[in-house]
Design a protein around this ligand. Structure first.
Ligand code: PA5
Length: 419
């Protein structure tokens, strides 16, 4: 299970923290029960609802067929429709599975042409994922790819297209008319909370990820976070701490780790918190730190720049990889490394960074058992639940995103889209 460590020594936080935990227990209790007010957005609270045995079995079967026939699997989607799958695939994809190529997350012709070049001469399958199928990026990319498949496969193109949309949506109608495989996008979950559903799980399964394990990890985390009281509930404590730091002037949270396998997980996490919390002139701005590389760039700012950032480290516990640094008989003044394992060197860098940064700003660590499918499941559920709690503590709606409409209105008008 995920363990929270608090590195901040300042006495003033201890008092305020205990007060906040004590005074906000009601918020945890309400969240554990689920709220009628948010019923149309909380389908993720019970993992069983959209990732029960039958649904997982169906996805495994479909993914096995795609794996057998595809060289390349194109994931069309943006934001909540691709971030979770990409986070896990980029970290854990199995060798020998189809290349996963991303579309529907850009309007750049350069990027789209580059994507199309990767398809030449390969066997292609496409999964278009869109909740309402009104978003410009996936809609436009899907057009290009449908045409491409049509030219390559003629009437057989439809056998290679899977669309994930809400029941009754225009995407479902398109599937019925054209004979594409249709998968349901949960109507009671907003995009950024859909990791553990058809949205996140099909592309992961195509990439050879054990989605059964991932769902199990999320389910176990659900049980834990719904059963544990405030004093032992790591998600609630994390939510309280980040609100406490925020109230003390720390308006930016940096999620950092020494494991580059988290690179795309950061993007998922950034979207989750930015879109859920950043409203009503409130919110903690989420950023990521990829260490040790970025200790040589933003590390300076963190240690001596404007003091408005607090840091949350992800630290993997299981020793998963080794690489020994052998002496080679050449005098290079790195003898102190002789015989050491990069795993241990990386850990020392983490400990030193926590020690230095926590003298300057509030720092937390979330300890994760291992970097595998099961623990990714835990992480998704943990952060979704913590984000919901954090939004409640801040007094904002965790499930809407009215702010993203402003630019869309202007863009659609300029492009001649009718209301
Ligand atoms: O979390 C959200 O609701 C958003 O980020 C959406 O996932 C994103 O805008 C994509 O929407 P759609 O799936 O409707 O194309």
């Amino acid at each position: 299970m995920i363990k929270l460590r608090i590195h901040t020594k300042e006495e003033k936080y201890k008092k305020e923290y205990n007060k906040l935990i004590d005074g906000s227990k009601g918020i945890l209790g309400t969240a554990q029960k689920g709220e009628a007010e948010y019923a149309d957005s909380q389908g993720w609270l019970d993992t069983e609802e959209w990732a029960g045995e039958e649904k997982v079995k169906k996805l495994e079967k479909l993914a096995a067929k795609i794996r057998q026939n595809a060289d390349v699997f194109v994931l069309i989607g943006v934001g909540g429709s691709n971030n979770a799958a990409r986070a896990v695939i980029k970290a854990l994809q199995k060798a020998g599975t189809p290349d996963i190529v991303y579309a529907g997350n850009t309007l750049s012709p350069h990027a789209l042409n580059k994507m199309l070049k990767k398809l030449a001469g390969k066997s292609i399958y496409v999964n278009c994922i869109a909740k309402n199928f009104e978003t410009l990026e996936p809609g436009a990319s899907f057009r290009i790819l449908r045409k491409y498949l049509q030219e390559r496969y003629g009437s057989k193109a439809s056998e290679r297209i899977i669309a994930t949309g809400t029941a009754g949506s225009s995407l479902e109608r398109l599937c019925t008319a054209e004979g594409y495989t249709f998968l349901e996008f949960p109507d009671n979950i907003g995009g950024r909370y859909t990791a553990i559903s058809n949205v996140g799980l099909l592309p992961m399964a195509v990439a050879g990820i054990d989605i059964r394990e991932l769902v199990q990890g999320a389910g176990d985390m659900q049980k834990e976070l719904h059963a544990k009281k405030a004093e032992e509930n790591a998600a609630f404590q994390y939510a309280c701490l980040r609100n406490l730091f925020y109230r003390n002037g720390y308006k930016v949270e940096m999620l950092s780790s020494f494991e580059p396998q988290f690179r795309y997980f950061y993007k998922w996490w950034i979207q989750l918190f930015a879109e859920s919390e950043g409203k009503d002139d409130k919110g903690i701005f989420p950023v990521a730190g990829e260490y040790s590389e970025e200790l040589h760039s933003v590390g300076q700012f963190l240690q001596e720049g404007s003091p408005f950032i607090f840091e949350t480290f992800l630290d993997v516990q299981e020793h998963q990889d080794s690489l020994l640094i052998e002496a080679d008989g050449i005098q290079d003044y790195f003898d102190y490394l002789d015989g050491k394992d990069f795993w241990d060197v990386n850990k020392e860098a983490y400990k030193a960074t926590v020690s230095a940064h926590s003298r300057r700003m509030p720092c937390l660590t979330l300890e994760i058992g291992a970097l595998d499918a099961y623990h990714f499941g835990q992480l998704f559920y943990f952060f979704q639940f913590a984000c919901y709690l954090s939004c409640k503590l801040m007094g904002v709606n965790a499930f809407n995103q009215p702010g993203v409409e402003a630019y869309k209105k202007e863009m659609f008008k300029a492009l001649g889209k009718e209301d």
